[in-house]
Ligand binder design. Sequence first.
Ligand code: NI
Length: 167
Amino acid sequence: MEMTMTIETFAAEWMKEAELTERVLIALTDESLQQQIDAERRTLGDLAWHLVTSIHFMRGLGLDFDHIDDRSELTNSAIGIAEEYRRLNQAFLQAVRQQWTDESLHVFHAIAGEEWRNDESLRYSLMHQAHHRGQMTVLMRQAGLKTPPLYGPTYETWIEQGKVPLK
Ligand code: NI
């Protein structure tokens, strides 16, 4: 399954995954951003915003693209978070395509004291995003929101199709 990553194989995978993230982000409401599993833990809004700042973090790999817009009217708004995600995401992907070649994927960068090869960092960021999306869908359920299908049908998808949902 795992092929050698190139800029274009990464871009294709990233766009698919970003589309899944956007599905989750646009399903949020302003009220749901306060949802949390425990008073000490990150809210749904914190996790959503974390996905935005995680893209910005990729500047640490030497990519040059737009700075994050962290005005409170964005971070406290479901639409604001979704729009900032989309904007930074496009800027990030454009930077990867314009500033890196396939050889750049084999360059190492120090991240938190560890040497990471760029293709490993990109793979990590794909997995990291999926991980937090999973956390978000649980909080969305708790907030009473419907979750979008991501890697397969949701409970509601099965119901709508007249099927018995799998346990
Ligand atoms: Ni994280």
